[in-house]
Design a protein around this ligand. Structure first.
Ligand SMILES: [Fe+2]
Length: 512
């Protein structure tokens, strides 16, 4: 059944295999879709407690002249190598606390943990693929990333953010500007002075031609933002970027630093060190990405939990808007999946940047006619924002990334209604608020990825790529290619190898 295909161990296909194409892959579609996700859930007789703990399996789907080739390799992280060598899980993950071998010096290990407060995390980078300069990295949210060769999928080696910039955590969802520069955000909790959030940039030309030194050595800090409460930094999974601004949502889903520091002794996993404070507010920070200066207006909203930002942009009236995914309940309900799962909601917030001292109190400053979002100036000059609920039951959102930081109309994602594992992908039209879907019985699609046609003018002129798996032994895994306009199937490439459900990916275009 469905559960069995998600939790079973995946396997590597280290040499490229040719897929069998039904239909016709557009000849202009040239490039490689790299994807990442958990693929190994047990080692020897030990098992991970949680799906997000599984060890990274990297996939590549290469499109060339109407053909598709597939290969996959486990990320050869230190975590992977240590676990395989020991033939059991010996490195702690998000939901799995592992104690050291009793033969080793337990007190020495524990003392190291206490000194660092934030322990030496796992480098099992299973969430996404990030580009810094011309280097590609498997990434999770901790201080380690692992460089991979995007062609062979070999693991080049691990990089510690902390050797280049002071932070303990960093997101797996950076942004890229039109020049190819990468922007990302992290959290500096301990050992770098006052705790703070850090926004940083890696220039497009940061790579070493000989690939000997990492692009991260050219990292530049854009700015830092202090935590609103020192011992409770907000957890954040992504952020928004407009033409001039970074938008950071400081949500009341917080990391409890004291709990984190003592988790090891109390025998609880890191995941339990997150808490959702439903009575607190959500703060929106708007930072000029050229000057590093923060907009002084205090924008806030009711408590929410956001994972993925869909897009953010500015309008002529100097208004910033963006969509987010709001999990209505605690993250636990997402993580524990089936128990009390509530479908994520896509919401739009509008932040009026043109506010000034004389702005009228108590009135809605949002003048846009295509949204019901509100922003009302309070007596003290702060702005209370209420969202426009756009769509319910969608996760893993994506857009035509050429429209990132620009006004846009469409987004794509995986439908999630009663279960966090999606069996449909969808396209949502923000103007008409209508949606279209693709589904096939007994098939589970991965996050849909948009690739634009060459010279495309219309936002949805292109294809949607999604890798599909099925528990039905008669349906081999396949790469689905849809016309992004109408979600009609253009082609499917059946893969004569095992493919596993994944999380996020990155398309590297080979088009001229
Ligand atoms: Fe994500």
């Amino acid at each position: 059944d469905m559960q069995s295909i998600f939790g079973k161990n995946g396997s590597e296909t280290p040499e490229p295999v040719k897929a069998q194409v039904k239909g016709s892959i557009p000849s202009w579609l040239q490039g490689t879709l790299l994807r990442n996700g958990p693929g190994l859930f047990s080692v020897g007789s030990s098992e991970y407690n949680h799906w997000f703990d599984g060890m990274s399996l990297i996939h590549s789907f290469t499109f060339s002249e109407g053909e598709v080739t597939y290969r996959s390799k486990f990320l050869k992280s230190d975590t992977y190598k240590r676990n395989i060598k020991a033939d059991r899980i010996i490195v702690t993950e998000f939901g799995t606390m592992v104690y050291p071998d009793p033969c080793k010096n337990i007190f020495a290990r524990a003392f190291t943990h206490l000194c660092n407060i934030i322990p030496d995390f796992t480098d099992n980078n299973l969430i996404n693929i990030i580009r810094y300069g011309q280097d590609y990295y498997a990434s999770s949210e901790i201080n380690y990333i692992n460089q991979i060769d995007p062609v062979t999928l070999e693991t080049v080696g691990r990089i510690n953010y902390r050797n280049h910039i002071a932070l303990n955590l960093a997101t797996a969802h950076p942004h890229y500007d039109s020049e190819g520069n990468t922007y990302n955000m992290g959290t500096a909790i301990m050992g770098f002075g006052w705790p703070k959030y850090v926004i940083f940039k890696v220039p497009a030309d940061a790579s070493d031609k000989e690939h000997k030194r990492p692009a991260l050595r050219k990292v530049q800090q854009v700015c830092s933002i202090p935590f609103r409460s020192t011992l409770f930094p907000s957890y954040f999974h992504s952020f928004g970027m407009t033409e001039n601004y970074i938008i950071f949502v400081e949500q009341p889903l917080k990391l409890d630093i004291v709990k984190l520091a003592t988790a090891y002794f109390r025998g609880v996993n890191w995941g339990s060190c997150l808490k959702f404070d439903k009575d607190d507010i959500t703060l929106f920070h708007v930072i000029n990405r050229n000057t590093g200066k923060k907009v002084s207006t205090r924008f806030y909203a009711d408590a929410l939990v956001v994972f993925h930002h869909i897009n953010a942009y500015e309008t002529a009236t100097c208004t910033t808007m963006f969509y987010i995914q709001n999990m209505k309940q605690e993250t636990d309900s997402f993580i524990d999946s089936n128990k009390k799962f509530s479908p994520p909601v896509c919401q739009r917030f509008v932040l009026p940047l043109s506010i000034h001292k004389e702005s009228p109190r108590g009135t809605n400053l949002v003048t846009l006619t295509d949204t019901t979002a509100q922003a009302v100036v309070q007596e003290d000059g702060s702005v209370y924002c209420q969202p426009d609920a756009l769509f319910e039951g969608l996760e893993l959102p994506g857009i035509n990334y050429n429209f990132n930081a620009k006004k846009y109309r469409y987004f794509y994602g995986s439908r999630v209604k009663w279960s966090p594992h999606s069996n449909k992908i969808a396209k949502i039209d923000i103007v008409t608020r209508e949606h279209i879907e693709w589904q096939q019985e007994n098939c589970y699609p991965s996050e849909p990825v948009f690739v634009a046609s060459p010279g495309a003018v219309e936002e949805d002129d292109g294809v949607i790529l999604s890798s599909i798996i099925s528990p039905d032994p008669n349906i081999s895994p396949f790469m689905l290619v849809l016309n992004a306009k109408n979600f009609e199937e253009i082609a499917r490439a059946s893969i004569p190898a095992s493919v596993h459900m994944d999380l996020h990916g990155h398309f590297i275009s080979a088009a001229i």
